[in-house]
Design a protein around this ligand. Structure first.
Ligand SMILES: Cc1cc2nc3c(=O)[nH]c(=O)nc-3n(C[C@H](O)[C@H](O)[C@H](O)COP(=O)(O)OP(=O)(O)OC[C@H]3O[C@@H](n4cnc5c(N)ncnc54)[C@H](O)[C@@H]3O)c2cc1C
Length: 395
């Protein structure tokens, strides 16, 4: 058999898993090396539920072993590396990888804590992070994973923080802010929840009936919703263990926990600047090949949150994964079947549970009844789909 083509996938979350699994299924001619700083797949979508109601979902529903998900493949077809890519070197067609949190791995010389891997094709699926994940703004909540951190510990600490807080202000009324407010409004014990929305409606980008429904449901649950206001500053005061949150309305709130649910930053520190747009996301062409200074690279693809495409959503990942996998197979096997991807071709939807039993949502122009929001998402926050995302089977 001829030598296998080496494909390196950077990032082992939804997008990296989708492309790795689909590639391995579609061709026997590749060896996939998947690099991720945790060996667990984190189904972060359900975070608003389990961070607020720890008993509602067992960890086995949202944390999965990545190596186990590839046990069907022998070592010469698939290799998992627990590490963080720190540099791409196109002169040697290799990536440098730090194997622990202290290693900078700026050279390609192997050390006990740094190494490098050669590739024929590179897939960038390094995604994004949020201010709350990094603890940069407000309380630290693992909406995404942090490199080399024990995710279970981070989850436990966040659950304790939210459980102890009696007054909570949430800055940002997108789907995450609304979902979190809805969950918090349902937990036992008196909690005062304030949700701050920059615009005059909640859920920017949703249809008007969905925006109205979300507002109604939250107000019915005694969530104080402030529209047309934004958070100017949030400072933690160690001596009182409270947050002072200053709003654009001039009012300052003193709360036990301030939660920031806005802001998405690209995980791009290892990516050449010539691949990035002004906001730091990776430019791609219609085949999801990376654009370097506007020219498509034939050896590098990107998908998921890290690309310049709008709507950084899990629901966008399966089609992007299929596109990248098919195009790598095409590049290797030359079957004459190039796939293209267009974000406009995917249906716009938003499904936002407000608590355990209802919510607001639309699929295209169709508004969903609360019971359908419960059925599709609210009952277990999509964890019924986590395994198929892990296996790259979701379409
Ligand atoms: C709390 C929350 C709830 C959400 N709910 C929904 C929802 O209901 N529906 C929906 O459609 N979308 C939802 N989203 C959006 C969804 O989470 C993202 O679209 C999705 O995570 C994108 O997946 P990804 O694999 O591209 O990136 P990510 O999930 O960000 O994963 C990137 C991976 O790459 C790894 N990585 C980063 N840098 C490196 C490196 N240098 N080397 C190696 N590995 C690296 C990271 O550790 C991580 O594992 C939600 C987002 C949040 C934060």
């Amino acid at each position: 058999m001829s030598k296998l083509v080496s494909v390196i996938v950077v990032g082992g979350s939804h997008a990296g898993l989708a492309v790795s699994q689909k590639l391995l299924r579609q061709t026997r001619r590749v060896k996939v090396t998947l690099i991720n700083p945790s060996d667990e797949y984190y189904f972060n979508i359900s975070a608003p539920r389990f961070l607020v109601k720890p008993e509602s979902l067992p960890q086995s529903k949202y944390l999965y072993s990545i190596p186990d998900a590839f046990r069907d493949y022998p070592g010469d077809r698939f290799n998992f590396v627990k590490g963080l890519v720190t540099k791409i070197d196109y002169a040697t067609k290799s990536v440098s990888v730090a194997l622990d949190a202290n290693s900078s791995a700026t050279t390609t010389t192997p050390t006990p804590t740094a190494t490098s891997f050669r590739f024929d094709y590179l897939v960038i699926a390094s995604g994004s992070t949020t201010p709350a994940t990094l603890g940069q703004s407000g309380v630290r909540l693992p909406f995404k994973t942090t490199a080399f951190e024990d995710t279970r510990k981070a989850i436990h600490q966040a659950q304790e923080t939210l459980s102890a807080a009696k007054t909570i202000l949430i800055g940002g009324a997108g789907p995450l802010g609304v979902e979190l407010a809805g969950e918090l409004a349902e937990v036992a014990g008196p909690k005062t929840i304030t949700l701050v929305s920059r615009s005059s409606e909640l859920l920017e980008g949703a249809t008007a009936p969905v925006q109205r429904k979300a507002l109604l449901l939250l107000r019915q649950r005694n969530v104080d919703v402030l529209t047309g206001a934004s958070v100017l500053a949030a400072v933690h005061e160690a001596h009182t263990q409270t947050w002072k949150v200053k709003l654009s309305t001039g009012r300052t709130y003193t709360v036990d926990a301030y939660v920031a649910t806005t802001g998405t930053t690209p995980n791009n520190t290892f990516i050449p600047k010539s691949f990035l747009n002004a906001q730091g996301w990776v430019n791609v062409d219609s085949q999801l090949r990376v654009l370097e200074d506007g020219i498509s690279r034939s050896d590098t693809y990107a998908l998921g949150d890290i690309t310049c495409h709008p709507y950084r959503l899990l629901s966008r990942v399966p089609l992007q994964g299929e596109t990248v996998a098919a195009n790598i197979v095409e590049a290797i096997e030359k079957r004459g079947q190039v796939r293209t991807y267009s974000p406009e071709a995917q249906k716009k939807m938003m499904v936002v549970p407000v608590g355990q039993s209802t919510g607001a949502g639309h699929v295209g122009g169709w508004t969903l009844f609360g019971c359908l929001v419960w059925y599709f998402k609210g009952r277990d926050f999509l964890t019924y789909k986590a395994y198929s995302f892990l296996r790259g089977e979701e379409r």
